[in-house]
Write a protein that binds this ligand. Structure first.
Ligand SMILES: NC(=O)c1ccc[n+]([C@@H]2O[C@H](COP(=O)([O-])OP(=O)(O)OC[C@H]3O[C@@H](n4cnc5c(N)ncnc54)[C@H](O)[C@@H]3O)[C@@H](O)[C@H]2O)c1
Length: 256
């Protein structure tokens, strides 16, 4: 039975993905701030180090799967968004690769966002800072952006996250571990509800109508995660699977 770590397992897309993977025969180790096998905080370097230590002890240095869903929306404090959405994913990727190398037909999926393409790398004011690992400097930039900070932190961290995955495909391919991202559109979860309730972001999100005419539910994202984690996807590596009811294609028909 494959052992798969899922972050953000207590809610939304992470909970639905854990459920779908369980149904596909995975043994899940859930990580979250609450209601999880490993309770920990991905927003600080210390919290991440503790989580990684506890994961390695629990899986005895051998993991078959990694699904990184933990994240915050644009309404959260900007510095915390950067820390959880970028470092809370990239540090786990880098530190858990050795244990995935010991797994069987190992694979990882990172939940990014359609926002990753809305703020492209060459216009991302925090991209290079995040890539260099300078968490304090990234905090400084987003906190200095005042009202724009939450959106900048969200889109900038998701863009840098997808770039970080794409830049790792050669090394991960050589290690025999597949690595892909899923980019959800507007999906009904507690995170989305908090963003809808925020006067800075609510109307913008409500006006973002998907060509399919409705928002997604987490159970429509989870099967795509489960597919990417399965051997049916054994030649899929370095891809970003957009699951957004057509929003990205409608916004950027000539860019893909
Ligand atoms: N809901 C959407 O519309 C949408 C769209 C695109 C991308 N996403 C991404 O999907 C992922 C899952 O989000 P969701 O919508 O299911 O939200 P959610 O709030 O339902 O779930 C996120 C989970 O992450 C956990 N988390 C947050 N901060 C953490 C921390 N410091 N340490 C450990 N765990 C922490 C939360 O406790 C929660 O259980 C996020 O990365 C989000 O950015 C969501």
């Amino acid at each position: 039975m494959p052992t798969t770590l899922v972050t953000g397992s207590a809610s939304g897309i992470g909970a639905a993905s854990a459920q779908a993977l369980k149904a596909a025969g995975h043994q899940i180790i859930g990580v979250d701030l609450h209601n999880a096998d490993i309770v920990g905080d991905l927003s600080t370097a210390e919290g991440r180090a503790q989580i990684i230590d506890r994961v390695l002890t629990r899986c005895d240095g051998k993991l078959d799967g990694l699904v990184l869903c933990a994240g915050l929306g644009p309404q959260a404090p900007a510095s915390r968004i950067v820390s959880v959405n970028y470092f809370g994913a990239v540090e786990l990727l880098d530190k858990l690769l050795p244990s995935l190398r010991h797994g069987e037909q190992s694979a990882a999926v990172v939940i990014s966002s359609i926002e990753s393409a809305m703020l492209p790398w060459d216009q991302n004011p925090i991209g290079a800072t995040l890539e260099s690992g300078d968490e304090a400097k990234a905090h400084e930039i987003v906190m200095g952006a005042a009202a724009e900070g939450g959106y900048l932190a969200y889109a900038g961290s998701k863009n840098a996250l997808t770039v970080a995955v794409r830049k790792r495909v050669a090394a991960w391919g050589q290690a025999g571990v597949r690595l892909n991202t899923v980019a959800p559109g507007v999906t009904d979860t507690p995170l989305l509800q908090q963003a809808l309730d925020d006067p800075r972001y609510g109307d913008g999100i409500r006006n973002l109508t998907a060509p399919l005419g409705r928002r997604a539910v987490p159970d429509e994202i989870a099967p795509v995660v489960a597919f990417l984690m399965s051997t049916a996807a054994r030649y899929v590596h370095g891809a970003q699977f957009v699951v957004d009811g057509g929003i990205d294609a409608a916004f950027r028909p000539t860019q893909f």
